[in-house]
Design a protein around this ligand. Structure first.
Ligand code: SF4
Length: 553
């Protein structure tokens, strides 16, 4: 049995594991399960309803019905032991365990982590650096969900990466396929002088509720949840399926609930009029998810997100179903929004709520961090702060709890790593998805073009206000081009008889107080990108009134 990438010790473990798998297959089946292992009740019931109405389940639903993906870890291990990557539908199943086969862009696995609220410890980051070196491409990418991803994982190493992440308390269960993705939240939770509530305990409770509730792995499609506790850093919560934003009501602090955000489909989350008490976040989210499981489309993947359930049922009809699940009415109240976050509040040095302490927003080269830099950041967090690191949806990270007197020393250490803390008005809001160097859907090399664009623009223009430029490789819009001041969507562009890499250039998008979907202006080749963006920035700087953002201009 070929076992590429495994040490002798690991090979022994796998041999023993696989010998036991067949014998134990029956015993591992959940009580009452049918042949092949039955899906959990909520999923099975939803699928049964579709079939009873004469509907045809999509292949992904059929695969879930045959054997629940969480019960198929043994298949992943078995394939890895043979040095094989999965076929498409098996790849879908592997994503329940955080492993994505990303061929043909790379003949390798990608592994997406789960870091609730983006907050992690230095010892975990050191462990991540070791996994990146031992089992992946030697680096990790910060994602737009305040998370990390490994790439270039050989076939034989997939399960090893998942197990080692589990050892670090970062089991990547449900980070792909039809599951609830990493919960995003205010990265400055607990340290931000402007925050209304520390969201960390709520995020932690919700994260563990999801991981430990099997029914919640029965969704028809992926699902995003975000909580903003207020504060200086924009979380883009209204781009999520469930968005909770802290504010004040006559009865005290509540989260305003908005639903169905999916900016790749040009929709922000919709107002509901519902407010949620902090202690009620987990049960309310659970009820919303269960209605989505019951009502979401399982016959057409393109219509399976929450947005389409809301389109069909209406917000009021959907909320009525949520109340039925909860067994009580949702709370409705007038709610006052918190002060808006600072644009590019995720970079630079900031005073914490704790007297004498600072956080430093460190910039990354469009999210990519080598193992050496990951280790270096862990060391900085421990040496100067409390050993806490906080990832943001802006593909950067914060090091917190640094005494004011040691900020200069910490800055020098960050600079010695080749990283910065004072990005330009252009680089501070530069976001790029993986692009065609690692994602089969991408039309263009977004990360490379983003870095080249910033290098080209910075010596040619000095902006007096921060700007967000997002490059996304395809319509899935992982880098959320529709909410950027300048949003670039990868496209193949005709040039003579050739098709070359390029972008559909959008302007005027925004989030938070600048909420707006960007509009398409023109298509450009990658070579034309610099001059085209420069012309836009120059025109904006000349023509706007003071303080006017791109979305208003
Ligand atoms: Fe891949 Fe498209 Fe997401 Fe970019 S936006 S990472 S190209 S799926």
């Amino acid at each position: 049995m070929p076992q590429d990438g495994f040490s002798a010790e690991q090979q022994e473990y796998l041999k023993g594991f696989m010998a036991g798998v067949e014998a134990r297959r029956g015993a591992l089946r959940p009580a009452g399960a049918g042949e092949g292992g039955a899906p959990p009740d909520a999923l099975r019931a939803a699928q049964d309803r579709v079939l009873a109405a004469g509907g045809k389940l999509v292949p992904q639903e059929q695969a879930k019905r045959e054997r629940h993906p969480l019960d198929r870890w043994d298949e992943l291990v078995s394939r890895a032991a043979e040095g094989r990557f999965p076929k498409p539908i098996d790849d879908f199943i592997g994503r329940y365990h955080g492993l994505f086969y990303v061929g043909p862009a790379q003949d390798a696995f990608m592994c997406r982590l789960r870091i609730p609220g983006g907050i992690l410890s230095a010892w975990q980051l050191r462990g991540i650096a070791a996994i990146a070196e031992d089992c992946a491409g030697g680096y990790a990418d910060v994602t737009t969900r305040a998370n990390l991803q490994f790439r270039e994982i050989p076939a034989g190493m997939g399960p090893e990466v998942v197990m080692r992440l589990g050892d670090l308390g970062l089991l990547p269960r449900g980070t792909g396929a039809d599951n609830i993705r990493n919960i995003t939240a205010s990265p400055t939770a607990g340290i931000d002088p402007a925050e209304l509530i520390d969201t960390r305990p709520i995020v932690r409770a919700l994260h563990h509720h999801i991981l430990n509730t099997r029914d919640l792995f029965g969704l028809p499609r992926k699902f995003n949840i975000s909580l903003s506790g207020g504060g200086m850093v924009e979380v883009l919560q209204e781009t999520n399926d469930i968005s909770l934003t802290a504010g004040h009501t006559a009865d005290g602090l509540r989260f305003a609930l908005t639903l169905g955000g999916i900016t790749g489909h040009r929709d922000f989350a919709r107002e509901t009029g519902v407010v949620v008490a902090p202690a009620d976040v987990v049960p309310v989210c659970d009820a919303i998810l269960r209605v989505f499981i019951a009502e979401g489309c399982r016959t057409d993947r393109a219509k399976a997100r929450l947005k389409y359930v809301l389109d069909r049922m209406g917000v009021d009809g959907f909320l009525a179903a949520v109340e039925q699940r909860l067994g009580r009415p949702l709370e409705r109240a007038a709610w006052t929004a918190p002060p808006p976050p600072a644009k590019h509040g995720h970079v630079g040095v900031h005073a914490q709520a704790q007297p004498g302490l600072r956080w430093i927003g460190v910039t990354t080269p469009v999210g990519r961090l080598t193992a050496a830099r990951l280790r270096g950041l862990a060391e900085i967090a421990e040496r100067f702060g409390s050993g806490t690191l906080r990832l943001t949806v802006w593909q950067n990270l914060l090091v917190s709890d640094i005494p004011a007197a040691r900020v200069a020393e910490a800055q020098a250490a960050i600079a010695a790593l080749g990283l910065g803390w004072a990005a330009s008005a252009i680089r501070g809001g530069l976001v790029a998805c993986t692009g065609n160097a690692g994602c089969k859907f991408a039309a263009s090399n977004t990360k490379r073009h983003a870095a080249e664009l910033a290098d080209w623009l910075e010596p040619r223009i000095t902006l007096d206000a921060p700007i967000n430029i997002h490059l996304t490789g395809c319509h899935h819009s992982c880098a959320q081009h529709y909410v950027a001041d300048i949003g670039l969507l990868g496209a193949k562009v005709e040039q003579g008889e050739d098709m070359v890499e390029g972008y559909d250039l959008h302007v005027g998008g925004g989030a938070g107080p600048e909420q707006k979907i960007g509009r398409l202006v023109r298509r450009v080749t990658a070579e034309e990108l610099g001059p085209a963006v420069l012309a836009l920035l120059q025109a904006w700087q000349r023509g706007r009134d003071a303080g006017e953002s791109f979305s208003k201009w």
